[in-house]
Design a binder for this molecule. Structure first.
Ligand code: PRP
Ligand code: URA
Length: 218
């Protein structure tokens, strides 16, 4: 597809932190073994999550310091829901849980058909009051954008109203498809790559992320 001017999509946020970029380079390296790969996906999720969760809802609690009573803000974790797209999104879930212990999790199972590259849904379990939650969908790869768009459709069908999406590597094709379909949904991206190959894999990318997280590429 070639270069896109990402700035024309107001909801696309490219996270350019050197530590994120450094760890993504290690993820790309085919020498990186499964256990190291899994750890690194988690670490990138923490770094991206730290940036993406800047505007988390907060509320005040009364506490007592060694000096005096005071009213101070804490994160409203009950309003937060992370939704990994199975399988590869599970690799990011631990990182998010470490950032915000107590947040709830939903799960959406999608896999891409090898020929059409369209997502096929096989699982969905979401918290009951999803309409009251700030939902962050997590999936390392945004290739054609089909899975991301499919996951958002499922969430909207279940009543979710506040949705954001966090990925590690995106292709221009996926950014375009997602941002044109959902210009109101923040899309956080760790790295923007060159484009897709004829099998709809991201180039240079990191290969099949689910396989590398779970060691099914051997
Ligand atoms: C990968 C990835 C995304 C999807 C992205 O999952 O984790 O969900 O592909 O591609 P798209 O933007 O073209 O839809 P995959 O379908 O390989 O399933 P897996 O995680 O179970 O391996
Ligand atoms: N899914 C992956 O895991 N990798 C890609 O490059 C594209 C889709």
């Amino acid at each position: 597809m070639g270069e896109i001017d990402i700035t024309k999509y107001k909801n696309a946020i490219l996270l350019k932190h050197p530590l994120i970029t450094h760890k993504i380079t290690q993820l790309r390296d085919k020498q990186t073994k499964t256990n190291q790969f899994r750890l690194m996906v988690k670490e990138v999720a923490i770094l991206e999550g730290y940036e993406a969760l800047r505007n988390l809802p907060m509320y005040n609690v009364e506490i007592e310091t060694p000096i005096e009573k005071t009213v101070q803000p804490v994160v409203n974790r009950k309003r937060l829901c992370f939704v990994p797209i199975l399988r590869a999104g599970l690799g990011m879930a631990d990182g998010m849980a470490e950032l915000v212990p107590g947040a709830s999790f939903g799960h959406i199972g999608l896999y891409r058909d090898e020929v059409t590259h369209l997502p096929i849904e096989y699982y969905c379990k979401l918290p009951g009051n999803i309409d009251e939650k700030e939902v962050y969908v997590i999936d390392p790869m945004l290739a054609t954008g089909g899975s991301a768009i499919g996951a958002v459709e499922i969430l909207k069908k279940h009543g979710a109203r506040q949705i954001s999406f966090i990925c590690i590597i995106a292709a221009p094709e996926g950014v375009k498809a997602f941002c044109e379909k959902y210009p109101e949904i923040p899309l956080y991206i760790g790295a923007l790559d060159r484009g897709l190959n004829d099998r709809a894999y991201i180039c240079p990318g990191l290969g099949d992320c689910g396989d590398r997280v779970f060691g099914t590429n051997k």
